[in-house]
Design a protein around this ligand. Structure first.
Ligand code: PRP
Length: 209
């Protein structure tokens, strides 16, 4: 039997992803040390950067899990059969507390973000021209040291904003965690994937009870 291949994010969502899959009857073992892949009899687990998960699934990995923030940013051609019940947060525009203004007043602003596509779309829809500056992390630093005016980033507990003297100005989108399935696998591995999705759906229903 051909193995089912999963790609999961290395950091944040890994623990809950493994937990929900285990409850659905799929026990994956994590690669050891610096290894990025484990192969077992029925399953293969790949660990990747969160932003690359949709790319792996589009290009042939059967199943992936990532945030809707990343899914929007990468806009890949994959199936999304299910929303998972953990990792909810939001993507927001934030600014230094002492200079905070509304989004409508941000014309000409430099906006630092890991989400250049989502950010450009958000400001374009409002017809507010801004300069988007792509960073790879620690985005809160940019307005603090004056290389950007505002940021678009994930807010979960709000702690990172607070300790960096930033305030949320406006929500860009609610973020939830998504199950991704490769379009071709959905056909070629129809039965096994259908069973997986049905099991996960049952676990999702029970998860918060
Ligand atoms: C994320 C995000 C914020 C922070 C939000 O960063 O980019 O910085 O978490 O969480 P909070 O509201 O609970 O403080 P992450 O830890 O993934 O690191 P990064 O800055 O390198 O992206």
């Amino acid at each position: 039997m051909e193995r089912l291949r999963f790609v999961l994010p290395k950091r944040r969502l890994l623990k809950d992803s493994l937990k929900i899959l285990k409850r659905a009857g799929i026990e994956l073992s994590i690669p050891k040390g610096r290894e990025l892949i484990t192969r077992r009899k029925k399953y293969e687990l790949l660990l990747a950067r969160a932003f690359d998960i949709p790319v792996y699934v589009e290009h042939g990995i059967d199943v992936g899990i990532c945030g809707s923030d990343v899914f929007e940013e990468r806009s890949c051609d994959v199936l999304v059969p299910l929303e998972l019940p953990f990792g909810r947060c939001k993507l927001s525009v934030a600014m230094p507390r002492e200079r905070a203004v509304g989004v409508e007043e941000m014309e000409g602003f430099k906006i630092a973000t890991k989400y250049p596509n989502v950010t450009s779309k958000f400001f374009e829809e409002r017809d507010i021209p801004v300069e988007v500056m792509k960073l790879h992390g620690s985005v809160e630093l940019a307005p603090k040291v004056g290389i950007a005016d505002a940021i678009v980033d994930i807010v979960e507990t709000g702690r990172t904003l607070r300790v960096n003297d930033l305030v949320e100005v406006e929500k860009v989108m609610d973020v939830s965690v998504l199950l991704l399935v490769n379009r071709i696998s959905q056909k070629t591995k129809f039965e096994v994937l259908n069973n997986l999705i049905a099991s996960l759906r049952r676990v999702v229903d029970e998860w918060e009870r």
